[in-house]
Design a binder for this molecule. Structure first.
Ligand code: CTP
Ligand code: ZN
Length: 153
């Protein structure tokens, strides 16, 4: 191990995935979206860690688990700055930035109080119509929710 690894604030992992640069306050949302509550192997997470780029950040380290791009991209709505890092034998083998997907199912709440998804047991579904400024359009009521009004379920 080199000195850098000895300096890690959250333990290094041998094999698995590190989800780094999670915006402050969004660690548990990312855990939910990736369904990590029921995961049986080791998971480390840290919040309020210092980051040069973002001031404060969160991080999640999942041992012995790798994610598909489609799973990774689901977290982009809550953690657009996140980086997914794959670790094998303690070494970083791959780093990818998350990408906002075309559609988001069951993560965001519809801004329209009259929408069926706010009254009945219907899973929300949106098309992302603006990835840069994050605007989503409800599949059911067609109302557009802007970034500043996005609430997570
Ligand atoms: N990491 C880990 N276990 C390892 C190797 C790395 O948990 N065996 C984690 C580090 O804690 C770090 C991330 O993986 O959060 C990326 O590692 P590395 O590329 O070495 O770190 P930095 O160069 O600091 O990455 P960046 O500048 O992108 O934050
Ligand atoms: Zn709606």
């Amino acid at each position: 191990m080199n000195t850098k690894k000895k300096e890690l604030k959250v333990s290094a992992i041998a094999n698995g995935t590190v989800i780094d640069h999670i915006p402050q306050g969004h660690v548990s949302k990312v855990m939910n979206i990736l369904n990590l509550e029921n995961f049986e192997d080791q998971i480390y997470f840290g919040a309020n860690l210092d980051s040069k780029k973002y001031g404060k950040k969160g991080i999640i380290k999942v041992s012995n688990r790798y994610f598909k791009d489609s799973e990774i991209n689901k977290i982009a709505i809550v953690a657009p700055t996140a980086t997914m890092i794959e670790i094998k034998d303690y070494e970083v083998i791959k780093k990818t930035s998350v990408k906002i997907p075309d559609e988001v199912i069951g993560i965001v709440k519809c801004f329209n109080p009259k929408c069926v998804t706010n009254h009945e047991n219907v899973i929300t579904r949106f098309t992302i119509i603006d990835k840069e400024n994050l605007k989503v359009k409800c599949h059911y009521c067609e109302k557009i929710t802007k970034k500043e009004h996005i609430e997570f379920l």
